[in-house]
Every structure is written in C-alpha cells, then in structure tokens.
Design a protein around this ligand. Structure first.
Ligand SMILES: Cc1ncc(COP(=O)(O)O)c(C=O)c1O
Length: 432
C-alpha cells in the first residue's frame, strides 16, 4: 500500500480520501482502471481534458520522440520552430482575427495572462485607468489570485483576501424558469444588461474587460440564454470594453464546433484555453488574442526590451508543444469535433431522461457537456461528495461541484458507452 502522508492533494478532502482512497492506475480509450483491476467509465474526459480518449499512441509517440530529441528550450530569447508551428496551427482553428497566441501551462495561467494582456493593452493605448474587470457569479476562472477575483465561487474566494484585481460581478444566468428546459434557455437575455449597470456605476472608462465562460462549466454547466452572449458583445463594442471568453472547458469541440465562440456565433477579443489542447497528455494552456491587441502592445513598446514583461519557464515546453500538435492533428484526422456534434443530441436526451428521479432537481446541457442538480441534504455538498464516490464504486467517474454533477464524455464514446454512463447514474441515483 502506497504511503499517502506526503502528497497534499488539490481540491480534495485529504483526510477522507486517504482514509478510503479511490486510486487510478491505468487508462485506455474511455476507461480508467482502479488498483483492484476494475474498469471505470470516464464520464468527464479526465477533467474535461481528454476528448480523444486516453493514451492515444499518436500523442504518446510524438511526446516520446520530442523528449529524445530536444527535451527543453528556454523560450526567453530562444525558441524552437515547433512553438511557431503550433501557434500557426492554433490560429487556423481559433475564430477569425484571434491569430496571436501566448503559451502557458494551465487554465489558471491562461486567465492570469489574459488579465495582464488586458492591462498592457489599455496601458499601450494610453487608457491605463481601465483596470476594473467585470465577470459573473458562479464563474470559475482557475485558482491564481486574478482568476479567484474573477471567479464567483464562495469557497474559492472567502479566505484568500482581496488582493487581486478589482472585479465587479454580474449575476449568473441560471433561473428557476430554466429547469429541465434543455439547450439554450429562452429567458434571461436581459441579464447581460448587468454589464450596463456596472458601466453606469463605475464608468466605461474604468473597465478594461468582461470575462465570461460561454458556458459556465465547473459550477454545474450553466448554458447562456439565447442572445445573452450577443448582447454582451454589443455592450462591450458600444463602450470600448474587451470581451474575454474563458474556453478552458468549452474549447476544442466540446460544443460541437472548435470553440463555443463559433457555436454561439460571438467572437470575443481574447480566448483562454488549456485542457483539451493536449488531450490532457501534457500540461499546456494558451491565450489567443486579436492581432490588433498584439500589434498595439508590441508597437507601443520601446525597442531594446521585451514588449510584454510576462512569461513562464515552461511556456511552449517542447513535450507539451509536441503533444498539442499531435492532438490537433488527431482532432482533424478523426473528425472528432464533428463526432461530438453528432453525438450531442443522443447524449443530451439520455441525460434528460434522468429527470423523473426525485432527487434530480434540474438537468442542463449543451453539446457533450451536461450538468444536473441533486436535492441537497442538510449540508450542501454532502450528497454530491457521496455520489461521486458511489459512482466510482459502480464503475463511473464524473466530476461533482457541491451538489451538482457534471458529465462530459470523450468524443470517441460510442452511443452504447453513453447509455452505460447514464444507466450507472440512474442505478446509483435511485438509491438516494
Ligand atoms: C473555465 C476555466 N478556467 C480556468 C480553469 C483553470 O484551469 P487549470 O485547472 O488548468 O488551472 C478551469 C478549470 O477547470 C476552467 O474550467
């Protein structure tokens, strides 16, 4: 038995886990295996990281070849050709105009980088006062202090002080009228006008950007009401505010198109990415920005020094770059985004079939992403915690946040495997 004393596990009740651990020792396709040899269906594509399925040889071999040839390049003042190749490949996939790519190692770093790009952009334009940011309740933008300030999750914020950027929160987009509605809610477009209220209160000239997840993922899959993202875009345009989409979960086909920006027909100024960029095989994130933003920052800087004082030792690490190049090729060659789109109706219908269970108080979703709410017990979060543990025992891994469950199958899942996921969910939920 492995000694568990030393690893301080992230986002985990360490005592409870270590008293009764659920270990994963192997993965292949849409399955994990635990240390007792049981197969477990992966109902959340890792942590939304692995839509092409686990242990794809195309990615493993590319990383292995890369590590044997060039294991590390310093990207401050040096570079390897592969990072430029990847940036070009990514820019061909990102919405038109978002063609300049900054590499990071995670979603949290992508969000921090985006915040700094916003500051640098307004500084370069002589409007350095635009330091205030707008985001939303029930948002998750990672765990670094800027992202925590943007986020709208009480436990992630309450003991970490007020040292981040100054942020105004719009209301989240979930309401009672949306229960079991399916797809994009018909009501709620007016919630975008909360951005106008922030403008009225603080002045457009003090606001640099509005950050939203097109679909709020980690807090239980809140799908934007029809017209909501369009309205945000209009307000940002009218007041010169940058619009940032955090597509760390929704990027790379989760909504059936490369990005949720494509699916919902709204082009932001900046997109933050991570997770599925490497199919989860290596840590990597990226920030895609409009060329005008890049040009503004680069052109305003004095020569003889970096234009943007920001970067990570592992920005565009060769192994991650190789993994990302192989992943993008796999998505293209196997038509995986199209596959996600064609599986989505079946998946959403299967998830909605759970609505007859008394314990389920809502089911929501879009593409290959769905959330459901459990009626809470005395203490919020207790049921969600128990459910993910019981599901694992029953052969299904999913993510829970509080009393919400989040299901996000790999794009390579068969209709049969989706049925199996939902049937394990039903069987387990029936016991509650
Ligand atoms: C929308 C969003 N932004 C940022 C992050 C943070 O990403 P990471 O955990 O890679 O730092 C996440 C993680 O789930 C996310 O869903």
């Amino acid at each position: 038995m492995v000694n568990m004393d030393y690893h301080w596990m992230p986002f985990t009740e360490n005592k409870a886990f270590k008293a009764d651990p659920q270990l994963i020792v192997k993965a292949d396709g849409v399955h994990y295996w635990d240390d007792k040899g049981n197969a477990i269906l992966d109902g959340s594509s890792g942590l939304f990281t692995t839509p092409a399925g686990h242990c794809r040889p195309e990615i493993t071999e590319a990383v292995s070849r890369q590590l044997a040839t060039l294991d590390y390049t310093p990207h401050f003042l040096r570079a390897s050709p592969a990072s430029f190749e990847l940036a070009e490949a990514l820019s061909q996939l990102t919405p038109n105009g978002l063609d300049r790519i900054f590499f990071t190692n995670s979603g949290s770093e992508s969000v921090e980088t985006a915040i700094k790009i916003v500051y640098a952009y307004w500084h370069a334009k002589g409007q350095g006062n635009r330091q205030r940011l707008v985001s939303r309740e029930r948002a998750y933008h990672g765990v670094n202090l800027g992202g925590v300030a943007l986020s709208g999750m009480v436990k992630n914020r309450e003991i970490f002080g007020n040292n981040g950027p100054s942020v105004v929160h719009m209301r989240h987009t979930w309401s009672e009228t949306q229960r079991f509605e399916g797809g994009q809610p018909r009501e709620g477009v007016e919630l975008a006008d909360d951005l106008l209220r922030a403008i009225d209160n603080y002045g457009a000239g003090s606001i640099g950007a509005c950050f939203v997840e097109p679909i709020a993922g980690s807090t239980g899959v809140l799908v934007p009401p029809k017209g909501y993202l369009q309205r945000l875009r209009q307000i940002c345009d009218a007041h010169g505010i940058l619009l940032v989409f955090d597509e760390v979960i929704t990027g790379f086909g989760r909504t059936g198109q490369p990005f949720a920006s494509d699916t919902f027909g709204v082009t932001p100024d900046i997109i933050t990415l991570a997770k599925a960029l490497t199919n989860g095989a290596q840590p990597m994130g990226a920030v895609a920005v409009k060329t005008e933003i890049y040009d503004t920052i680069i052109d305003a800087a004095a020569s003889g020094a970096p234009e943007f004082f920001h970067g990570y030792t592992y920005s565009a690490h060769p192994a991650a770059t190789a993994a990302a190049l192989a992943t993008l090729k796999l998505y293209r060659d196997d038509g995986l985004f199209e596959r996600a789109q064609s599986l989505a109706p079946l998946f959403q219908e299967a998830m909605m079939s759970l609505k007859d269970l008394e314990i389920i108080t809502d089911v929501r979703g879009f593409g290959l992403l769905a959330g459901f709410d459990l009626a809470p017990e005395q203490r919020p979060g207790k049921r969600g915690f128990e459910l993910q543990k019981d599901l694992f025992e029953a052969g299904l891994h999913i993510k829970t946040t509080g009393d919400a469950g989040i299901v996000a199958p790999a794009f390579i899942s068969s209709p049969d495997e989706i049925d199996q996921m939902v049937s394990i969910l039903r069987k387990t939920l029936k016991r509650y």
